[in-house]
Design a protein around this ligand. Structure first.
Ligand code: DAH
Length: 340
């Protein structure tokens, strides 16, 4: 009988040693420990034994049962452990693999430039005003001292929506709207799109961006204009940049000036960027014409003003070394990244 027990134990050990999954283990466990298993067959045999032998045998059988249970439990733990190990190694993340760096976007060169200028002017006490792209003839021209038939209209070939409505040819209309809405002192910036009928080429586009400034106060002079704009030019093109002021003509300013910067590329010697002139036109400006001030109900005996308008596209090209205006509107990512 004892041999039989030893046989069962050996057979169980052998079976379990070959098992590697839970289903097989459950089956094997039933074979040895189940209702109709090897052990319960022997248990049944106890009934026919003498009391002494039965007790002895019963003890042996209980011991074998405990050994078998432990054998199966240990195997189950081993299978679970192996399963977990396999799962962990198949799902392992190698934290040492270099990550692909994320690409961060950046401001468009024109936006970056606009923001720089606006931030600078705000530190000088200027206020930002929003205008609209669609303007009336009255605000775009008439109130800026450019009546119908004035030759200056020729310079700004215009997209007319109807005879009184235009896509603004410049941001200067916001000067008038601000002066009508506010009493001096006024320090205003307005920036945005302007439109003129132009062929598209490396330096022209029918849509471009302008930034306008206007100051109206009691003791405003041409020196204030020059000082303010010199600050802006230095801010954009570098502190060492020198400016040149020369007389010009705009119907809405008197006197009118044009401000040039000494070419930041060649330092004034002449190069392809400045067309060998040594200087680059940056903006138009002037003292606000009395007709414009009076048309907005401002007392010219008390107040004066200066105003200026920049083309932002060309300034951005200059600042970021962009040679073709079209690149700024055509999603040329390498080039646009320059304003990062
Ligand atoms: N509006 C002008 C243009 O588009 C630029 C300009 C010149 C604006 C003189 C001004 C100014 O405010 O005073 O060419």
């Amino acid at each position: 009988m004892l041999e039989k027990l030893q046989e069962i134990l050996n057979s169980a050990k052998q079976t379990v040693a070959q098992i590697d999954d839970k289903v097989a283990l459950t089956q094997a466990s039933a074979t040895f420990l189940g209702k109709n298993g090897a052990l319960s067959g022997l248990m049944k045999g106890l009934r026919d034994m003498q009391p002494e032998e039965r007790r002895n045998m019963g003890e042996q059988l209980n011991e074998l049962r405990d050994t078998l249970i432990k054998l199966f439990e240990d195997k189950e733990a081993e299978i679970n452990h192996n399963l977990l190990e396999r799962k962990l190694s198949s799902e392992r993340v190698d934290v040492t693999i270099p990550v692909h760096p994320k690409e961060y976007g950046c401001m468009h060169p024109i936006e970056a430039l606009k923001k720089d200028i606006i931030d600078y002017l705000i530190t000088l006490g200027f206020e930002l005003k929003d205008g609209t792209d669609i303007e009336t003839d009255m605000y775009c021209f008439e109130k800026l001292n450019v009546p119908k038939e004035h030759p200056a209209r020729e310079m700004q070939d215009t997209f007319y929506i109807d005879s009184d409505t235009v896509l603004r040819t410049h941001t200067s209309a916001m000067q008038v709207r601000t002066m009508e809405a506010q009493t001096p002192p006024i320090k205003m910036i307005s920036a945005g799109n302007a439109y003129r009928i132009d062929e598209v080429d490396a330096t022209h586009s029918p849509i471009f961006q302008q930034l306008e400034i206007l100051v109206v106060d009691e003791h405003v002079t041409l020196a204030d204009l020059i000082g303010t704009l010199e600050g802006v030019v230095k801010k954009v093109l570098g502190e060492k940049t020198e400016i040149r002021v020369r007389p010009s003509y705009f119907p809405f300013t008197e006197p009118s000036v044009e401000i040039d910067a000494v070419c930041p590329k060649c330092g004034g010697k002449g190069c392809s960027t400045c067309g060998d002139t040594g200087v680059i036109e940056i903006l138009g400006a002037g003292m606000v014409h009395p007709n414009v001030l009076e048309g907005c109900g401002i007392d010219t005996a008390k107040y004066r003003g200066f105003a200026a308008g920049f083309g932002l596209d060309r300034l951005a090209m200059l600042k970021y070394g962009i040679e073709d205006l079209r690149d700024m509107y055509e999603n040329n990512i390498t080039l646009l990244k320059q304003s990062k």
